[in-house]
Design a protein around this ligand. Sequence first.
Ligand code: ATP
Ligand code: MG
Length: 574
Amino acid sequence: MKLSNYYIPTLKEAPKDADTLSAKLMIRAGLIRKLASGLYEWLPLGLRVLKKVENIVREEMDRAGACEVWLPVVQPKELWEESGRWKYYGKELLRFADRKEADFCLAPTAEEVMTDLVRKDTSSYKQLPFCLYQFGTKFRDEIRPRFGVMRAREFYMKDAYSFAATDEDASAWYQKMYDAYQRIFTRCGFEFKAVEADTGSIGGNFSHEFMVLADTGEDAIANCPACGYAANTEKAEVLPPEAITINASDLKPMMLKDTPGAYTVEDVAKMLQVSPEKLIKLLLFTADGKPVVALMRGDHELNEFKLKALLKCTELEKASEELYMKVTGSSVGFAGPQGLKEKNPGLQIFADYNVQNIMNGVCGGNEKDKHMINVTPMRDISVDRYADLKIASPGDKCARCGKEFTFTRGIEAGHVFKLGTKYSQAMHATFLDEKQMAKPFIMGCYGIGISRVVAAAIEQSHDESGIIWPAPLAPFDVALVAIDYDTNSEVKKYADEICATLEAKGLSVLLDDRDERPGVKFKDMDLIGLPHRLVISTRTVKDRQCEYKKRSEKEAIRWDLSEAVVKLLDVVRK
Ligand code: ATP
Ligand code: MG
C-alpha cells in the first residue's frame, strides 16, 4: 500500500480534550477522530487494527465451538420489560420511540434479545448446550465518557451467550470461554490477568474480568502473592482485622464537642487532633427506596458493590440532603449513628469490620457544627451487622489466606459471567428436560470490548515517539520508507520491488513514497508504530543496501538489498 494513496492524517499535537495517552496517540496517528462526546470515527489505519483484534477473537470463538450471528442494534422495549431491566438499567440505556410511538433502545448488551432468539427455536435438552456470539456496535450513555475509545458511548463489542441444560454444561462453557480469552489476550501480545469481579448491572452470580495491565488503567486489582487470588478492588474480599480486647477502664465518656465548619474527615481530624483512623463516617443510602446506614472508618472507602450484595437490593442510591436531615437531624458532615435506631424504627445500620475496633473515636454529633468524641461503637452504637464493606487498599490482607495484598492497575478488556437462570427465568425461556419437565436455560455471557482493546494495546506499548504495536495487532507489518522515491529511479525500483515481493509473501507493507523530508517520514512512522522499518534512500542504494530497524529498538542495521526480503521475512515470522 502506497502512503500517497492512503488516508493517514497524522497530527503534531493532540487536541486539548484528549485525556489519556492512548487517546492522544490514536488521534495523532490518524486512527480515530472524535465526532462528539463518546462518539468516534475510525479511520483506515485504526480500522485495520480493530479488524485484527476482531479476527483473533473470531478465530478463538470459532475454535471454542461458538457460532456467529448478527443481531439488530435497535431492541424493542418489551423484551427489556420482560427481564425487568427497562426499569433498572437507568440512564445508560438510550431509549427512543419510532414513528408509531413504539419504544425501543439502543443495545448496550444483548442478553434479552439473545434469550428471545433462543427460546423461539430451542425446546429440548437435546439441542443444548451451545453458544452464540456476535460482533456489533453497543451504545451506553456513559455518565462520563472519557479516555477516548476506552470509555466511549458507542463502541464495538464481541458478545457471546451460552445456553445449557445442566450446571455442568454451563460451567464447561464458562471454562471454554475463559480458556478462549486466555488465548485471545496472549495472541494480542498482552500482559494481562484474569481477576474475580463484581457482576454489575448484567447480574448473575460469578464473573471474571480480563485485565490488560497498565499503570494508567481505570481499575485497581488486588493480588495475593501467596494463594494467587486476584480480584478487582470493587470485589476483593478483605480479611477482617483481629478483634481487639476492649477494657472498660480505657473507655472515656462520650462528649459533644464544637467543630465549627469542620465536616470533612481531614478537617475534623485536624481540629480535634486525632488521626482519621479514629473517625467513624456515616453514609446514608436508600436501598430499593428504604434508608440504610453504612459506617466506615474515616480513612477507608465504602465499597458500594459489597453493601449492595449484603443488602441483596437492586437499587442502591446515595441519600439526598433532605433524607440526611430527616433521618439524622443534621447534614452529611455532622451526621452520626448514635440514637438513630430509636429515632427511626426499622432503620438498618451496617458497619465495616474495622469500625468494631475503634475505641474512644469520633463521629458526627447530629447537630450542626458538632461532633461526638469518645465514641466506642461496641459500647455506644447499635449496629445490625458488621461486615466486609471496604474497598481493598494497601495494607489489607487476603481473606482466603491472610497474606498482604499487592496492588496493580489494569484496563478491563473482557468479562465472562455465569448468569445462571436470571434472564431465562424472567423471560420464561425454557426447554423440556429428559423427563419432559420445562426448565429455564442456564446461561453465561461473555464480552470483549474490541475497540477498548485497541486503546489498551497502546496504553501498554508505546514510547515518547509514539505507538509500538504488538506485532499481531499492527495495522501493517512493515514500514517501507523510500527517500527520494520520485527523484531517484533506483530507489523507486528497489522500493517497488521489495514491496511487491513482501506483499506476495503475505506481509502487509506501508510504502512511504511521499515527497517529504526524511525527518517527517521517520516521525510519522514512529508515531504510527509499525513493528519493522526498512529504509531505502539514495545513500543506501549507492551501496546496494537498505537500513532495517525494529520499532522497539534504537539502532538501525544495514542489510544488502539482495537479502532484504529473506531477512525481513525472517524477523517478521520470528
Ligand atoms: P466497565 O466496568 O468498564 O464499565 P462493564 O463491566 O460495564 O465495563 P461489560 O458490560 O462487561 O462492561 O462489557 C463487556 C466489555 O465491553 C468490557 O469488558 C469492556 O471491554 C467493554 N466496554 C464496556 N463499556 C465500554 C465503554 N463505555 N466503552 C468501550 N468499551 C466498553
Ligand atoms: Mg459499565
